[in-house]
Design a protein around this ligand. Structure first.
Ligand code: NAD
Ligand code: DAU
Length: 351
């Protein structure tokens, strides 16, 4: 029975990963450590909280003692690091916590794994540290071309720079100590349980509340969207079969402009839920500082080496996602009535 230490498992992708893995395997154990910041939500995991193969520890990945205690008490086989401050807009306003969690937290985890996995002649067999990174470390594309694993790092925001710093530390542990690691760099995820500060759940939530739909700049920035379950599948494949020390890009060639995303959501909600939701709600607002223009992933390596391919097209995934938020209004209400509302007002000074 393999034991996974998952960090940040109460967040968006982490909780989807925990669900995905426990559904797929009944012979694994998952320990989820999460600090439960504003973005961590145990409601995301309530369906599996009594699963005997799952346990939760509230803790900070920067806290060496807590992390080492988990390694002391459990034979950890895989460490999958999702825990991070993940929102670009917040990083522009409060960069310090991004440096702390994303860089120092990663180093704390690497050190603990090294301490418990290293032997006199290398590392114990079958161990792996997987860093969940992002395509944002590559910077921004022009109208053509794609990010490849060999594209030089050229991050711009405090968020992406902290993730790039973390990636370089992971690489350093491979290059220096031959620690068994992989890094995955994924494009924008969407799906259930995403905190409604990110574009897709924010627009869905505002449509339902008939609030303004804020579009930054000209709305023509492009993101490459991936349904979260396809990302989880890729991570599982990289843990099992990724070549040690390698980086794998994860993306499904689903580039869309932001305004296309907003109009797609308006159309779905307007046609199916509330005909008062129309494009009149769109409000062009001041652009994000240093706003990356375009992201686009070349997923050839993970496809050719590991056989990974996304299963959910954007057209299917976006409908499933909107419907999930419609079916889980209580989940959204619980978030928006609490810290999120205060956060949003503080950040944007508008409702
Ligand atoms: P999220 O903000 O939804 O979740 C982050 C989780 O980490 C939360 O549960 C939070 O409580 C926890 N956390 C934060 N600081 C912590 C700390 N110091 N110690 C322990 N736990 C802490 O983020 P997400 O969107 O699920 O992203 C997960 C990972 O995937 C991040 O590393 C992010 O950089 C990366 N990523 C995200 C996307 C995306 O589109 N969301 C795309 C590519 C990569
Ligand atoms: O590319 C992967 C990254 O995707 C991850 O590493 C990050 O953790 C994740 O947050 C996401 O970053 P983005 O900045 O691309 O996501 P966000 O949802 O914040 O914004 C998507 C696009 O929509 C971006 O161009 C900014 C724009 N936007 C966003 C918000 C919140 C708007 O126009 N209006 C908004 O209100």
């Amino acid at each position: 029975m393999k034991t996974y230490l998952v960090t940040g498992g109460a967040g968006f992708i982490g909780s989807n990963f925990v669900h995905y893995m426990l559904k797929k395997y009944n012979d694994i154990k998952i320990i989820n450590i999460d600090k439960l910041t504003y973005a961590g939500n145990l409601e995301n995991l309530k369906e599996i909280e009594k699963n005997p193969n799952y346990s939760f520890v509230q803790g900070d990945i920067c806290d060496k003692e807590t992390i080492e205690k988990i390694f002391e008490e459990n034979e950890i086989d895989y460490l999958v690091n999702f825990a991070a401050e993940s929102h670009v807009d917040r990083s522009i306003r409060e960069p310090e916590v991004f440096a702390k969690t994303n860089v120092l937290g990663t180093v704390t985890l690497l050190n603990a794994a090294k301490k418990y996995w290293e032997t006199e002649d290398g590392f114990k067999a079958g161990k792996k540290y997987l860093q969940v990174s992002t395509d944002e470390v590559y910077g921004s594309l022009g109208e053509t071309g794609y990010f490849m694993e060999t594209t030089p790092l050229d991050s711009h925001s405090p968020y992406s720079s902290s993730k790039a710093g973390a990636d370089l530390m992971v690489k350093a542990y491979f290059d220096t100590f031959k620690m068994p690691v992989n890094i995955t760099r994924c494009s924008n995820n969407y799906g259930p349980y995403q905190f409604p500060e990110k574009l897709i759940p924010l627009i869905i939530n505002n449509c339902l509340a008939k609030k303004d739909l804020p579009v930054y700049g000209d709305g023509l920035n492009i993101r490459d969207w991936l349904y979260v379950e396809d990302h989880c599948k890729a991570i599982d494949m990289v843990i099992n079969d990724g070549r040690l020390g390698e980086v794998y890009n994860v993306g499904g060639h689903n580039e869309r402009t932001n305004i296309y995303i907003v109009k797609t959501i308006i159309e779905y909600v307007g046609n199916n839920i509330d005909s008062a939701v129309t494009e009149n709600l769109i409000k062009y607002v001041e652009d994000r500082k240093g706003h990356d223009r375009r992201y686009g992933i070349d997923p050839t390596k993970i496809k050719e080496e590991l056989g990974w391919e996304p299963e959910t097209t954007f057209e299917v995934g976006i409908k499933k996602t909107i419907q999930w938020y419609l079916d889980n209004k209580e989940w959204m209400n619980n978030i928006t009535s609490g810290q999120y509302q205060n956060y949003y007002e503080k950040m944007y000074g508008r409702n």
